[in-house]
Design a protein around this ligand. Structure first.
Ligand SMILES: O=C(O)CCC(=O)C(=O)O
Ligand SMILES: [Fe+2]
Length: 303
């Protein structure tokens, strides 16, 4: 594959929304996900970034746990990008976008950005496939990639994520539960990352400790599909306007490979139209972007 847009090359140089990045290790990560369905990357974040992430999430997002019934032992906060700015750099991390593009072989967007806080007493989740929320018959091409960043250490005792290696290829079987199927538990230090193909069988573990197991879950899907979380409604427009372009793109403000491709606004790049549309607006008015000045990206499979 010598694609200009999303394919990685020998030196692991990747194009992400028109910016070029070199991502050491990318080939190996993609190979692991292709073969085993998942990859664990220790020290994804350094100790200082991990500490700051934990403190910021605790301060800015955890108070929102009141949105869940008190008997629930897993706290989840969805649409994080409307609740905090403390994960912006993690959501548009070029390494992560390069990995998601490499796994899905096309442009991506964030499907969900969620805080998971597995509290003491949390019971293991049934194994499941996160891509099953899209009613697309199997087998299908991979369209979802899941990422969990350990904000606190993941251990077997505190409910480290369970995965069924290679189950991302079991397209013709319904998900079974242990002991009918063997799982591995992903023990990892805080700041590490586990990424897996969205078809893989997995689930959170049981937390038998007295401590929480906090995690940041970032799922990416193909940019031409609908996201799990509705990011256009879920993140206020005035917040989006303040974001750097790469983050806006990740949120879904991107068009297809032609002027008429999915995501366009009046045949234009949605980003240049953000502040231009109102009811009855004139698409030929002064200041309206011309149709031809924002070239659309090329497909990854075309030279
Ligand atoms: O908490 C975990 O380790 C995984 C959670 C999960 O897979 C989910 O909520 O879909
Ligand atoms: Fe899941």
């Amino acid at each position: 594959m010598s694609a200009p847009d999303t394919a990685h090359t020998e030196d692991n140089a990747v194009d992400v929304y028109g910016e070029r990045f070199v991502v050491p290790g990318l080939d190996k990560w993609l190979q692991a996900i292709e073969e085993d369905g998942y990859v664990v990357i220790p020290n994804w974040l350094d100790a200082e970034r991990t500490r700051r992430l934990r403190d910021d999430l605790r301060r800015e997002v955890n108070p929102l746990r009141e949105t869940l019934p008190p008997e629930r032992t897993t706290v989840r906060a969805h649409n994080l990008l409307a609740k905090t700015r403390c994960v912006d750099d993690l959501v548009c991390d070029p390494r992560l976008l390069a990995m998601a593009q490499g796994v899905l072989k096309d442009r991506v967007q964030v499907s969900a950005a969620v805080l998971f806080d597995l509290l003491p007493g949390a019971k293991a989740q049934p194994l499941h496939q996160d891509d099953s929320i899209w009613p697309i018959p199997r087998p299908h091409r991979p369209f979802l990639m899941n990422v969990v960043i350990a904000v606190e250490e993941f251990t077997k005792a505190n409910g480290a994520t369970r995965l069924v290696p290679r189950s991302h290829r079991w397209h013709d079987q319904a998900v079974r539960q242990p002991p009918d199927v063997e799982t591995v538990q992903i023990e990892m230090q805080a700041g590490s990352l586990v990424g897996w193909s969205g078809a893989m069988w997995h689930g959170g573990g049981t937390n038998t400790t007295q401590e929480s197991r906090m995690a940041l879950n970032l799922n990416f899907n193909l940019a031409f599909l609908r996201q799990q979380e509705n990011q256009y409604i879920g993140v206020p427009r005035e917040e989006v306007a303040k974001m750097p372009p790469r983050l806006q793109r990740v949120l879904g403000y991107q068009g297809g490979y032609s002027a008429a491709g999915p995501g366009m606004v009046d045949l234009r790049d949605p980003l240049v139209m953000l502040d231009k549309v109102h009811f009855g607006y004139d698409p030929k008015a002064d200041g309206m972007p011309r149709l031809d000045i924002h070239p659309h990206p090329r497909r990854p499979d075309k030279k």
